[in-house]
Write a protein that binds this ligand. Sequence first.
Ligand SMILES: [Zn+2]
Length: 144
Amino acid sequence: MPWTDETAAAVALPHRNAWASLTRGFTGRCPHCGQGKLFGAFLKVTDRCEACDEDFSHQRADDFPAYLVILIVGHILVPIALFVETEFSPSYPVQLAVWLPLALVLSLALLQPVKGAIVGLQWALRMHGFGVLPDADAMPGQEH
Ligand SMILES: [Zn+2]
């Protein structure tokens, strides 16, 4: 990778706590300040934080939240379904009536938090244009 002025600027930027940003995003809060809302609708990330004016237009979660949700829900439900099948062998209609709604509800419940966590992580790692400039609150004497 060529060493450019942008690389040098990125290296000199202050550290962002990835875990804190990830958990703030998971709870639907701004990964920067933890106060403003991250989502304007179910899966629509707001343009800017209402509290600290952080620009969220750099987020590129794309299909990754859906991929992760499938991975997580599969790892939760498949072992349980296998256990129930080997121990109790319920009829197929009963299994369909349990596992399909459960998979749907779990997926819908996890989609927004997982997307928020990914956007928070992208912010903390300064991906896709997040934080090319130093954080305003990290620079003494400079306002937002
Ligand atoms: Zn904020």
